[in-house]
Design a protein around this ligand. Structure first.
Ligand code: PLP
Length: 396
């Protein structure tokens, strides 16, 4: 409910100001509206080129990219897979789709990504190497992979995770759904040599309406991904299949939107970074702790997010969210950590309370690339006003 006549400012909205219309029209004019067509391969080529990898395989969404990459990394029913507890549910759901069990790892407090220290703690204290692979001694299950999730446009400490994965023989499947365009030690996310999954959902940095992709330098993995996501059909003419496949390929009109959006990606990232900087400059003095960029990272600042510590700001994150909503400004909390969600409450876990604490305080602010400076000023003024009202209430 909004009590203002000023226009509503959404958290994040798609910004379709390039060649989207022209490219989609081309699909319709030529009749290429299904999961074959020149925009699918063009999207894959342009994405691979942007990230700097040999191959990209376009699929219907980020969740199916993760599911496919996990299956192709030999994650089997009954396995355990390490993953951050502070993530969107899709990262963890995809593990269950494989019949595997997530092992929920807490976040590090500085950049809120999966904690390499807690990954190491779990692997050294709970697991035993055996000829059949690494075994979780408490459950008897094989631990086969790790899914580091680059949350909020910021990279995970990949070298630390890769070192542990190599030491313990784990496959690494990166969930980069929120972090296309981010860099770790100067290298774009996606170029690590692992299977790296992206999303082109409507609220991501760029959108295809819906969509996802797997980036890889492994030609064999790319070929198997194309096969598995095209119903595992072996013959171009005959209906012959050699395994249980999926209908996961991206349709041409979505790829057309994706191609147009890729042309705009760097400008979107530039704008998002300047939006985040603006919030930091204007609102840090009020006690807001903005999500910080690590020294070795380039963040896309996908959603500008702050910790709202009531002892410093005088308001709780949920109060601020509700008060801003009244003024027609949308903000949103982060995801309830996975270990607090019913399907995952009983998973093996290595937790130290960090994700819970971040979840209590974090609030994401409007970050659309087409957010105007006037809207930014309106948001910052509204926050100052709400925080000031809270302070005068406390003083009274
Ligand atoms: C959005 C998102 C996904 C899933 O992508 P979809 O395209 O919506 O299926 C997976 N992981 C994370 C971290 C996400 O934010």
């Amino acid at each position: 409910m909004s009590t203002t006549s000023e226009p509503f400012i959404p958290l994040s909205e798609p910004c379709l100001e390039g060649n989207e219309w022209a490219y989609v029209k081309e699909c319709l004019d030529t009749g290429w509206v299904s999961s074959a067509g020149s925009f699918v391969s063009k999207f894959e080529e342009k994405l691979a080129e942007y990230v700097g990898v040999e191959h990209a395989v376009a699929v219907v969404n980020g969740t199916s990219a993760l599911h496919t990459a996990l299956l192709l990394s030999d994650v089997r029913p009954g396995d355990e897979v390490l993953v951050s507890t502070l993530t969107f549910a899709a990262s963890v759901n995809a593990i269950r789709y494989c019949g595997a069990e997530p092992v929920l790892i807490d976040a590090e407090p500085d950049h809120w990504q999966i904690s390499p220290l807690l990954v190491e703690k779990f692997l050294t204290q709970n697991c035993t190497p055996t000829p059949a692979g690494l075994i979780n001694t408490a459950t008897g299950r094989r631990v086969s992979a790790i899914v580091p999730v680059h949350i909020l446009g910021h990279p995970v400490d990949l070298d630390a995770i890769q070192t542990l994965a190599d030491r313990f023989g784990l496959a690494v499947i990166e969930d980069a759904a929120e972090s296309l365009g981010a860099k770790y030690k100067g290298r774009p996310i996606g170029r690590s040599g692992n299977a790296v999954c992206f999303s082109f959902n409507g609220n991501k940095t760029i959108t295809a309406g819906a969509g996802g992709a797997i980036a890889t330098n492994d030609a064999d993995l790319a070929a198997r991904a194309r096969h598995l996501t095209t119903q595992a059909k072996c013959d171009p003419v005959e209906y012959v299949h050699d395994e249980v496949g999926f209908n996961y390929r991206m349709p041409n009109p979505l790829a057309a939107i994706g191609v147009a959006q890729l042309e705009l990606l760097d400008s979107f990232i530039g704008r998002k970074r300047s939006i985040a900087k603006h919030y930091d400059e204007e609102l840090a003095p009020l006690g807001f702790d903005w999500h910080r960029e690590s020294n070795n990272a380039f963040s896309t600042c996908w959603l500008a997010t702050a910790r709202v510590n009531p002892e410093r700001t005088g308001v709780r994150a949920v109060e601020l969210r509700d008060a801003l909503q009244q003024r027609g400004i949308q903000t949103r909390r982060l995801w309830q950590p996975m270990h607090r969600n019913a399907p995952y409450a009983n998973c093996p876990a290595e937790l130290d309370g960090t994700a819970d604490h971040i979840f209590e305080q974090a609030l994401s602010f409007p970050s659309s690339p087409n957010l105007t400076n006037a809207s930014l000023d309106r948001i910052c003024d509204a926050v100052r006003d709400i925080v000031g009202l809270a302070a005068s209430r406390h003083a009274a």
